[in-house]
Design a protein around this ligand. Sequence first.
Ligand code: GSH
Length: 218
Amino acid sequence: MAPLVLYHFPVSPPSRSVLLVIRNLELDVEIKVLNLMAGEHMQEDFIKINPQHTVPTIVDDEYVLWESKAIITYLVEQYNPESDLYPTDPKLRGIVNQRLYFDSTVLYARVFSAVVPVMRQAATSIPQEKKDAIKDALRTLDGYLDGQDWTTGENCTVADLCLLATVSTIDKIGLDLSEFDNVSAWYDRCSSLPGYDENGEGAEAFGGFIKSKLDEPF
Ligand SMILES: N[C@@H](CCC(=O)N[C@@H](CS)C(=O)NCC(=O)O)C(=O)O
């Protein structure tokens, strides 16, 4: 059987979240880096695989999937369905799914909205309301972590891994996390997870790029 293939761009938070899950499941993977800055995701061969031309994309034998959260839940269900990373209890799973949607539609969405003008439209500052919106989402995340080590309870789940990819990005673009006590403690706790350093390198590259474009620190 062909190995699992991940089309990946290390600076991309959704792409890093999938790699974190792969590392935590200890799966063999062939990583194919597509440099989005150089337009490699628009090559004909990749568009044949994913007409939406986004990373992350996986090819598992002949099965193709994109959208990070869809990939992540597929990988656990396919390779380790009993793993605490995606609990089978419907109520616990519901909470994990809620946190995954929170990442996609609130926290990551707000980061994306803040940095896209810097990446694509040569903006040199991030408007205060966009910074405040990210902080507001971090406050919500801080609340999820009240009285528990992980965002969904006593075990690390795929929600933590997705949120780690986003929070490390926020950290590396220069937002001070220290006012969010629970988030800061959780972020430290995450440093023991497989793939933490690899994720951090991608976040650092992304953060460095954004910081280099800003007139003043975040
Ligand atoms: N919601 C998607 C977002 C994927 C996405 O937009 N990835 C970006 C990189 S962060 C990308 O591949 N952009 C290239 C393009 O849209 O052409 C996910 O979570 O996988």
